[in-house]
Design a protein around this ligand. Sequence first.
Ligand code: GLN
Length: 542
Amino acid sequence: MASKKSAKYIFVTGGVTSSLGKGIIAASLAKLLQTRGFSVTIQKFDPYINIDPGTLNPYEHGECYVTDDGAETDLDLGHYERFLNVPTSQDNNVTTGRIYNNVITKERRGDYLGKTVQVIPHITDELKYNFFKLGETGKYDIVITEIGGCVGDIESLPFIEAVRQAKMELGPHDFVSIHLTLIPYLAAAKELKTKPTQHSVKQLQEAGIQTDILVCRTEKHLPIDLRKKLALFCNVQYSDVIEAMDAETIYDVPILMRKEKLAERVLTKLKLPKSEPDLEDWKDFLGRLKNPTEEVTIGLVGKYVELPDAYKSIAEAFMHAGAKNECAVEVKWISSEKITNDNAATILHDLDGVLVAPGFGERGIEGKIEAIRYVRENKIPFFGVCLGMQCAVTEFARNVLGYKKAASTEMDENTPHPVIDIMEEQKNITKMGGTMRLGAYPCTIKKGTKAFVAYGKQNISERHRHRYEYNNKYLKEMESAGLKASGINPDTKLVEIVELEGHPWFVGTQYHPELKSTVQNPHPLFVQFIKASLNYKKSKSE
Ligand code: GLN
């Protein structure tokens, strides 16, 4: 096994406030390194005590991002994959909960041979073991570790201490520390203020870490004298003060960081060669994104619409698919709870396409079903994702097959027509964390279907996060009435894709296609959905 020395490590911490976009800075830096030929991975260390974000409500933590290996992870991993086009895994997201769980399991096994188990060294050793784990696979030249939360938070103290120890172990040319802070603009004083950053850097110094590079989020350009002041007070070189201006989209950030020479500064410190990055494909994507020739309006029907982070990957997949079609995608967020049989037409009639979102529980379910009835009857392009697909099956059973009380047993345990039912292997599960059907499973697509047109192949693999499934007892009846199963799991026969005959584009997937859409590989179903919405829009105006 390659030693941890074979990889170089970059640690990204944050200060002043949360939500400064550490994940985007980390992903942008990774992109600038990857496009120079380095093999890079990014991992996120979150100081909260949940073992993973899988049990967190979207209001707490936005979307839960699922990896191929079935890990329920932080939504920043979605950004890492979208930027780098390389899959992440459970090893890319570690929480305090997981660290303590590992240490306590070892303690119960007797691994510590009678020692008192303590934050230092046992928790910090476990943290460092996980910091270095991906680097030790020998697959990466550079490992970027994003530390969640802010410096100074009580819960992140052991993380910062472990970073300090990692620095000592790695030595100067294998370790770089980047600190991301905010330079607020005080409108009344008409001034950018450096004091919060000075304090944050000081706090990091007190914990034994002198940051190498300071990345400053700002809404106004940093003048030279202010950069000089930051360098002086924060004990970094002038050229290591990097401006991170608010950007129009997250995809502009690698270009902004290129201008600020963030990757060059990192490569200098790591004593790695500084070639030119090849950003042609990235710029091509940005060009398409920013210069659309057409526009569609898509309704996203969900229950967390006041919280766009809950559907992060879907929103990003729309951007990728829009750029591919050179079409701006305006997303109208529609609360499913507001939709009824009476008002569906008023709310939905002028949309060019409707996506019904994933979700759990009963809230807003009838609105989702009404929205689907409307788009099915009016031949508006429809895309149902996970719960959205399950609602499409339910709607079809109720309004086409005439089973008025059809439902998923998630919503109605006693329905006479359980068209969506709990999966056999889920029946005896009582624990909540990590127990759903999670991660990548194969699916075989039938030729001659819309799914086949999109993927252009029969064998695909997509990611899942669900407990309920299509009830195959209804398959024959559904298919003869026009709702076809166009994708099936070859091993379990679970229906993965349904699509409606005689409708311009009506597709539902049990899996989450949005999790695999990247800048380099926009998801084919999203691309086709946008295309169908564009065609529908054109047909309306003819
Ligand atoms: N609640 C549904 C299930 O568990 C759908 C899940 C989802 O949309 N991710 O099967």
